[in-house]
Design a protein around this ligand. Structure first.
Ligand code: PLP
Length: 371
């Protein structure tokens, strides 16, 4: 059989996960899984929430609309946009990744600019779809080439992956506005933001005033539901939204109804809201302690946090992937998050800081003692 090859490898995290699991089995020793991009302090406790769901209902056992269930889109409007958008601007999709992949294909732009250090899935998705890649270093560097960015797209994420850094909201808003007003498409992909914010956060409402912005979000991180594969895309452009629905209809025939009803319940019922608040409170408390520990121990790489603040769920440490692994800590080398700065990045690693603080400190202190 002839195969149309993409030339794209599977994500590095999967390989590292497999390696650590194998090492753990072979040695019988505990390993700390910091290579992953998921909140691992606690699971969201769904036990009270699922009691409200009728698994025998027609709602679950039928095809949902391509753009997503109306009830969920209303709940998203209420939760993220203060009820101020039109639900026709919201498309539910099978996680953040399919939203990104579809949005990249639909926006008719010359090329997409990614940050120099970025989540590898972006450029792999672009490679598979033959979309031209370009990169930018900072907001300053974008500001210098604004005219060139017309008919191009720029991807921004905050807090970002791999750095886990958070910019000042006004600074990032100004950047998005400048780009949007310039006719540059902005992919605002921030699935980590809502780990740290609740319904009172008005950032997405502010973005409604700007044209050419595509908000990409996911429930994988903020609700701890990476296994449910659910996210959403918001765009004010009706043609864009039509294309999103078409691509979902003819690629997956809609998005899992159970996952949609589960998230609806998390946003609209008392049991759901409590489960979400408990999950976020416990998660953020440990993230905060872990970042403080990394800073105080001199492990954090300050040069990446000059214009932004290490916030989570990741941080960059001045320890190589190899040394961390020798100390039974999983991580991903920073070199896997850049195409142009691989050599200088190899001495640093991205660790997930969304884990139990006692365990986190125990493993790093162990390493310190052996150095
Ligand atoms: C920056 C960023 N965007 C989007 C996603 C998409 O997440 P998912 O497809 O699990 O919803 C991830 C996942 O790791 C991510 O790191």
């Amino acid at each position: 059989m002839k195969i149309k090859k993409t030339g794209v490898a599977l994500p590095a995290i999967h390989e590292m996960g497999r390696k650590i699991q194998q090492l753990s089995m072979e040695t019988g020793q505990e390993y700390l899984f910091l290579q992953r991009g998921i909140n691992s302090v606690v699971n969201i406790d769904l036990s009270e929430v699922v009691k409200n769901i009728d698994f025998n209902s027609k709602d679950i056992q039928t095809y949902p609309p391509s753009q997503g269930r109306v009830e969920l889109r209303k709940a998203i409007n209420d939760e993220y946009f203060g009820g101020k958008t039109d639900i026709s601007c919201i498309t539910v999709c099978g996680g953040g990744m399919p939203g990104i992949d579809n949005a990249f294909q639909i926006a008719d732009v010359r090329k997409i600019y990614l940050p120099v250090y970025h989540w590898g899935n972006y450029h792999n998705a672009m490679k598979i779809r033959n979309i031209e890649y370009a990169e930018y270093d900072s907001f300053d560097s974008l500001n210098k080439i604004i005219p060139e960015l017309k008919n191009c797209a720029v991807l921004l994420g905050d807090p970002g992956n791999p750095f886990g850094n958070k910019y000042d909201d006004d600074a990032i808003f100004e950047m998005i506005k400048k780009l949007g007003d310039n006719g540059t498409v902005v992919f605002y992909d921030s699935p980590y933001r809502r780990v740290f914010y609740s319904k009172s956060d008005d950032f997405y409402i502010r973005l409604l005033d700007i044209d050419n912005v595509i908000v990409l979000d996911s429930f994988s991180k903020s609700l701890g539901l990476s296994g449910q594969r659910l996210g959403f895309v918001h765009c004010k452009n009706a043609e864009f939204n039509h294309e999103m629905a078409v691509r979902i209809a003819f690629a997956t025939n809609g998005t899992n109804a159970f996952a949609q009803i589960l998230v609806e319940n998390l946003f609209t019922t008392e049991a759901g809201k409590k489960a979400v608040t408990d999950f976020k409170t416990k998660t953020v408390a440990e993230i905060t302690k872990n970042i403080k520990y990394l800073k105080e121990s001199g492990f954090i790489v300050n040069e990446f946090y000059k214009e932004s603040v290490p916030t989570g769920i990741f941080a960059i440490v001045n320890i190589s992937e190899e040394e961390l692994l020798a100390n039974r800590i999983g991580s991903v080398s920073l070199s896997k998050f850049t195409l142009s700065r691989k050599q200088e990045a190899a001495k640093y690693s991205r660790v997930c800081v969304s884990v139990d603080n006692k365990k986190f400190v125990e493993f790093f202190e162990n390493m310190k003692a052996k150095r």
